[in-house]
Structures are given as structure tokens and as C-alpha cells.
Design a binder for this molecule. Structure first.
Ligand SMILES: Cc1cc2nc3c(=O)[nH]c(=O)nc-3n(C[C@H](O)[C@H](O)[C@H](O)COP(=O)(O)O)c2cc1C
Length: 204
């Protein structure tokens, strides 16, 4: 059963873009079609410049912008966004807050949805960030897909790593210079693959 999976990402410095691309690899490995969708920035260019994000954003500025009228058109969903004080960034929330039409039409009902995230600090609020958006998932009737133990990316203690039962994640470091590790990218890939596999089963 062929499925089309949307990977909605918002990123300031590129970490969540890399996680989104890794999730897309997992979707394709499961035989699904992956579509990367960039959730629009709401900050002014001068603010982004002051935050040192201008250069990093060039890497994903060309990705397809997310559109509300296409939100319900997919068989499964991945969201990827950084933490902002332990909760979803306003940019991503602004996009979600305009999905009322899709909600009314049941566009996400009975479809699998996974959330990925990132933080500067190892204990900077990754799990809280994902959990904070679970009401949105439930209100839309979607089925939350995290990372099970069998994903093989959760058990290690020999290196600093994101990823939890709640979803794939990466640690950007205090200055944002740390990039997603092999284990963190494997988590994103596994979550993408799981969403695609479940979407195919649900669609069959
Ligand atoms: C306003 C703001 C709030 C943030 N809050 C946190 C936080 O609570 N904990 C943390 O570890 N990192 C925090 N960060 C760091 C971001 O999570 C980090 O820059 C991001 O994960 C990098 O991902 P990206 O490259 O995809 O934007 C914050 C950053 C900003 C700009």
C-alpha cells in the first residue's frame, strides 16, 4: 500500500531540517513517499540576523512552504521543531492554530503522527516539548507514534544523545554547533519509518 507522508519542520539553525530529512529517508525505506514541508518563519529578517540564523536558513529556504489547504491530504505525519522554553515554537504553533478547517473535516483522524524536537541543553525540555503538543494530536484524532525500545536508539549510555520514547531528538549544544549524531539521525529515520509502516497498515 503506497502512502504519502508529510514531514512538517520548523528550524532556525538547521538541526530540525536535518532530522526531517532523516525521517524522510525512513519513510522511503518503508516504501512510502515523503514530502518535506517548511513551516514559515514569522520573525523579521533583522531579528533573524541578530540571532545569527541568516546563513543557516539558506540551506532550507528553498523547501516547499507548508500550506493549510494541503494539511489533511497525507496518510501520515511527522513534525520536527526546536524547543522554546520547553514548549512548541510560536512559528509552528501559528501554523497549527490555523488548521481548524482540517480539524472540522477530520483530515488527520485515524492517521499516525510523530513529533521530533531539539534543544540546546541535554536536559533542556525535549520530552516536555513533545508532550506539550499531544492535546493537538488528540483533538485532531490522530494516533501518536513515538519510538519503541525496538528502535535500538534508546538504550545507550556511552555517549550524549537525544531520542526518547516520546520521539526522536537532537542536542544542538549551548552555541548550536553540535550537529545531529548518528544515533539521533537513526532515531529520526526509525520514527519516519514507523509512521509510514503504520500509515500503510491503517490505509489497507
Ligand atoms: C527563544 C529561545 C528559547 C529556547 N529555549 C530553550 C530551552 O528551553 N532549552 C534548551 O535546551 N534550548 C532552548 N533553546 C535553544 C533551541 O532549542 C536550539 O537553538 C534549537 O534546538 C536548534 O534547533 P534548530 O537548529 O532546528 O533551530 C531556545 C532557543 C531560543 C531562540
Amino acid at each position: 500500500m503506497s502512502v504519502k507522508i508529510a514531514v512538517y519542520f520548523y528550524s532556525m539553525y538547521g538541526h530540525n531540517y536535518k532530522m526531517a530529512k532523516a525521517a524522510a529517508e525512513g519513510i522511503k525505506e518503508a516504501g512510502g513517499e515523503a514530502e518535506l514541508l517548511r513551516v514559515p518563519e514569522t520573525l523579521a529578517p533583522e531579528v533573524l540576523k541578530a540571532m545569527g540564523a541568516e546563513e543557516a536558513q539558506k540551506a532550507f529556504a528553498g523547501e516547499k512552504p507548508a500550506k493549510h489547504d494541503e494539511f489533511g491530504n497525507y496518510d501520515g505525519y511527522l513534525f520536527s521543531f526546536p524547543t522554546r522554553f520547553g514548549v512548541v515554537p510560536a512559528q509552528f504553533k501559528a501554523f497549527l492554530d490555523a488548521t481548524g478547517q482540517t480539524w472540522a473535516n477530520g483530515g488527520l483522524t485515524n492517521k499516525p503522527l510523530g513529533i521530533m524536537t531539539s534543544s540546546a541543553m541535554q536536559h533542556g525540555g525535549q520530552e516536555a516539548t513533545i508532550l506539550g503538543l499531544i492535546p493537538f494530536v488528540l483533538h485532531h484524532g490522530a494516533l501518536y507514534v513515538g519510538l519503541p525500545l525496538s528502535s535500538g536508539v534508546l538504550g545507550g549510555t556511552d555517549e550524549v544523545s537525544g531520542n526518547s520514547f516520546y520521539g526522536a531528538s537532537t542536542i544542538a549544544g549551548p552555541d548550536g554547533s553540535r550537529q545531529p549524531s548518528a544515533n539521533e539521525l537513526a532515531g529520526a529515520k526509525a520514527q519516519g519509518k514507523r509512521v509510514a509502516e503504520l500509515a500503510a497498515k491503517l490505509k489497507a
